[in-house]
Write a protein that binds this ligand. Sequence first.
Ligand code: CP
Ligand code: NVA
Length: 300
Amino acid sequence: MNILSINDLSKDDMLKIFDIAENLKDNKEQTSLRENSTLALFFEKPSTRTRTSFEAGISQLGGKGIYIDSNTTQKSRGESFADIGRMLSSYCDFIAARLYRHDDIVEMAENSSVPVINALTDLEHPTQALVDMYTINSHIKNFKDVKIAFVGDIATNTANSLMLAATKLGARMTLVGPKDYNPNSTYFNKAREHGLVYVYDNVKEGLEGANIVYTDTFVSMGQEVEAEKRKELFKDFQVNSKLLEYADPSALVMHCLPAHRGEEITSEVIDGPKSIVWEQAKNKLLIAKALLLFLSLQQN
Ligand code: CP
Ligand code: NVA
């Protein structure tokens, strides 16, 4: 089984992963992977959290992570993702890949004999969506009571994955961004098949009743040449204390990180009492472990 899109997981799969995470957290059972399991982490883009949480996670489960910066591989001389997937899977038990093009991870997975985990592509960030929904669930027990407002770049990878995960689990979501700036239509239409998701360009309307306010960078990895244009486009969608007045008074603030204080979020908010960002980031380790355990159960 591969996790290239969050849609590769059913609602029951997601709930199972959350259960495994909960048991790990409570230390209810001694858990490990098959002895000496290995995880290849093949990364084209930088990472602070995803890389470290998967490396720490597999080592805590009795295995080993092998980090591979793609620039140091034959990829830099044109080796295909098909061949790389085939080879890595003949050495390792799992592959986590962070790539630019989503089609490349599909090609890698089609040629891999072991599970491939999408550790972020231009289109999706499924492991982040799992972390986000798990974190939300530890504050709001019933997904039906959750209303997420995703503010800012509503067409980014994190928004794509989160809207699929949230709607599949029964949460409502609004996508709040600039006028004439649309979400990715494929993801939006898929999310609408699952449940309730709406687009707003009016902040007041989009945040009404939201009990989770979520944002991400205005300039994703690979978009650096458009940085100034994008910061200008999204500037009215900064998550600050004034914007939060439009949300439910109980609203909690989330951000996948890395944060750009003063751009998509203010320091006052990210370091303030409504922020659950650090708990969210910490949960990446728990979900990395739960996901590896879940995948190993699928193989048995
Ligand atoms: N949230 C997240 O994926 O962080 P990294 O880019 O540091 O892995
Ligand atoms: N949308 C961001 C997510 C970073 C974890 C990016 O792709 O850079």
